[in-house]
Design a protein around this ligand. Structure first.
Ligand code: 13P
Length: 283
């Protein structure tokens, strides 16, 4: 059975560790992630972007697939199915109606006032259905940015207002991380992270978790990061293994063999992340 992210994130906040959010792109990836998390006894959040959802056939297909795999593989660790960067109220509602147990509403491109208004509407719909909500403040960039522009960093006051006015369950403040590969060194603002955690008392989410070195991730968890989003790193690990396999096996054409070629390397990366996120854990 899928769960929302409330209990796992509260427990992680209390225990000073972080829950991994791994993005999924297809059935095989979902299976690899679930199997490895079960093996390592780690709760997991499966993140699905709108683009990945469309690629897989829509929210209902994704939800049915994740539920079916969770049952068929006899997964016992808590699994949350989460919409990553939902762009509108209607998209979030559609994901919730399809069985997602958590949604992110990303209204960070709007004014604070508008962000609060949109987020509030999602929270009201989601909470009535036992679904958790993450919201973004500041603006977490992408490959085009490489390193986050100072102006895009979240303001502490804005984060506090977004939290108190909307009743969100988790907050993702832009504090120096970006999606995709970094062009330079990520400059994470740990002081602001600590202050936002202190003042909102919410589990904090760090997007753009790929390419940040282990010490920085540990420090971020130390000051309040409770959920780490990872996508690019798994994509790179899987692709490099598959590329090598194809170069060495020019006559293979069975897609099962091709996709499977990335399984071991991807699972190793998942396992390493799980251990890293748990390394600050207090008994
Ligand atoms: P990366 O692709 O940089 O790992 O970021 C993932 C993410 O933040 C998804 O929301």
């Amino acid at each position: 059975m899928l769960v929302n992210s409330k209990k796992m994130l509260e427990e992680a906040k209390e225990g000073h560790y972080a829950i991994p959010h791994f993005n999924i792109n297809n059935l095989e990836w979902t299976r690899f992630i679930l199997e490895e998390c079960e093996k390592e006894k780690s709760p997991v959040i499966l993140g699905v972007s709108e683009g990945a959802s469309k690629y897989m056939g829509g929210f209902q297909v994704v939800s049915n697939m994740v539920k079916a795999l969770d049952e068929a593989l006899s997964i016992t660790v808590p699994v949350c199915l989460h919409l990553d960067h939902g762009s509108s109220v209607s998209t979030c509602k559609e994901a919730i109606d399809s069985g997602f147990t958590s949604v992110m509403i990303d209204a960070s491109k709007y004014s604070l006032e508008e962000n609060i208004k949109i987020t509030k509407e999602v929270v009201s719909y989601a909470h009535e259905r036992n679904v958790t909500v993450e919201a973004e403040i500041g603006h977490i960039g992408g490959e085009e940015d490489g390193v986050l522009d100072e102006l895009a960093y979240a303001k502490v006051e804005d984060a506090c207002l977004l939290a108190s006015e909307t009743g969100i369950d988790t907050i993702a403040p832009a504090l120096g991380s970006v999606h995709g590969p970094y062009k330079g060194e990520p400059k994470l603002d740990f002081d602001k992270m600590a202050e936002i955690k202190e003042r909102t008392n919410l589990p904090l989410v760090l997007h753009g978790g790929s390419g940040i070195d282990d010490e920085k991730i540990k420090k971020a968890i130390d000051v309040g990061i409770t959920k780490l989003n990872i996508n690019t790193e798994l994509q790179m690990e899987w692709t490099s293994a598959v590329r090598k396999f194809l170069e060495e096996n020019k006559t293979v054409y069975d897609p099962r063999k091709v996709i499977k070629a990335g399984e071991e390397q991807m699972k190793k990366a998942i396992c390493a992340k799980i251990h890293l996120l748990a390394s600050n854990q207090k008994a």
